[in-house]
Design a protein around this ligand. Structure first.
Ligand code: NAD
Length: 371
């Protein structure tokens, strides 16, 4: 990987290099010797508004792997924001560090100074390995942060992501069975973490029969006891005979190996990047399994945090109302897919491309930071 040295700023102590990648607006490699910071910030597209995306802290084995991840994630955010119409663009950042051992205040502050250098073109938030407390530290150096713990912030995004996923499952049921009722429907849920647990509870109260799997056996046992869910081994869950398979753990679960074993009518869950490769979306279509595109169904958390940047302040009800619309957006995507005889994953991307091309949902006022 080669990049051009953009700046080595004395006042910030950072060394910043720009890496040119076709199709991306700006990629920065940021290092600081003192704090051992090694990070990448990727801005994919800001046509509709400043790039918004989380900070992933992970001990990547190489810079190339970190770059691959940040590029994929930043692009995903562009489409998620465009389809959710939140007036943001797509960006993401990764810090190459072990969140258990290397996450010092100096490291987070150095990263904050890098975000500040971009003057609001990139707005950061928590993500895997980066907590609300950590973004609070980053805030010491930059105001371009959302999801902080204060009375005007939006709080934990997981319940909103779960609610949006629930609405997405309802939209898919309507499409496949003619009714969006969960009553008696079978759902195989992979991963009962922050989002999956809330989703499982929603499904329970709406009458679904839920099967769960998670590597966290204590959580599985707790939910089995609380709701009487059936539990299966983690390698079994995607093979369960069910109406809906809901991936709520890691990405890439829909791949050439798992696809032949799916026994569901619908794939609809909150996990990011569920398809290992785009062709897997086509394969689902060929198998007549309705795939609910991940970046559309899991936008509830983004919608929630985006509401925090409104001048009038965050209001959970308006975030909820906008999250509800995931149902209608998905219904349009199924229609486009059917009309054009394309997969739903392709239809969702085409909808995103259309909005980017014509500036649909483009931000008209600057985001407001209440902190
Ligand atoms: P989490 O870490 O709280 O939960 C993930 C759960 O999956 C954990 O309980 C973990 O033990 C389990 N898990 C990991 N590997 C597994 C496996 N092989 N089989 C079964 N279970 C496994 O994460 P989360 O915040 O609930 O997010 C879940 C997914 O949704 C992730 O892909 C995340 O990127 C995506 N997502 C989350 C949000 C959000 O608001 N938190 C928003 C959008 C997308």
């Amino acid at each position: 990987m080669t990049g051009k040295l953009l700046a080595s700023k004395k006042e910030t102590g950072l060394q910043i290099e720009e890496i040119e990648v076709p199709g991306y607006e700006k990629i920065l490699k940021v290092t600081e010797a003192k704090s051992k910071l090694k990070a990448l910030i990727a801005i994919h597209n800001t046509v509709l508004g400043p790039a918004l995306g989380g900070i992933r802290i992970f001990p990547y084995a190489s810079l190339d792997l970190a770059l691959e991840d940040v590029l994929r994630l930043a692009r995903g955010m562009t489409y998620k924001s465009a389809v959710a119409e939140v007036g943001f663009g797509g960006g993401k950042s990764v810090i190459m560090a072990d969140p258990q051992k290397d996450k010092t205040e100096a490291l987070l502050c150095a990263f904050g100074r890098a975000v500040e250098c971009l003057k609001g073109k990139y707005i950061c938030a928590e993500d895997v390995g980066c907590s609300v407390k950590d973004v609070g530290v980053i805030r010491k150096e930059t105001k371009y942060v959302v999801g902080l713990a204060h009375e005007k912030s939006s709080g934990n995004p997981a319940p909103f992501t779960a609610w949006g996923t629930f609405r997405g499952i309802q939209s898919a049921l309507k499409k496949v069975f003619g009714s969006d009722s969960l009553e008696g429907k079978t759902v195989a849920l992979q991963g009962v973490g922050s989002v999956g647990e809330v989703l499982a509870e929603l499904l329970f109260w709406h009458g679904a029969r839920v099967t769960i799997a998670d590597i966290n056996q204590a959580k599985v046992a707790e939910l089995q006891h609380k709701f009487g869910f059936k539990a299966v081994a983690v390698e079994q869950i995607f093979q369960e005979e069910c109406d809906v398979f809901a991936p709520c753990a890691m990405g890439g679960i829909i791949n050439d190996k798992t696809l032949p074993h799916l026994k569901c009518r619908i794939v609809a869950g909150c996990a990011n990047n569920q398809l290992l490769k785009p062709e897997n979306g086509e394969a689902l279509k060929a198998r007549r399994i309705l795939y609910v595109p991940d970046f559309v169904i899991n936008a509830g958390g983004l919608i929630n945090v985006a509401h925090e940047t409104e001048k009038r302040g965050y209001h959970p009800q308006s975030a909820r109302n906008k999250t509800n619309q995931i149902y209608d957006v998905l219904t349009s995507i199924y229609e486009i897919a059917e009309k054009k005889q394309i997969s739903t994953s392709r239809a969702a991307l085409e909808l995103g491309d259309y909005r980017l091309k014509y500036g649909v949902g483009k931000r008209s006022v600057e985001p407001y930071f209440h902190h």
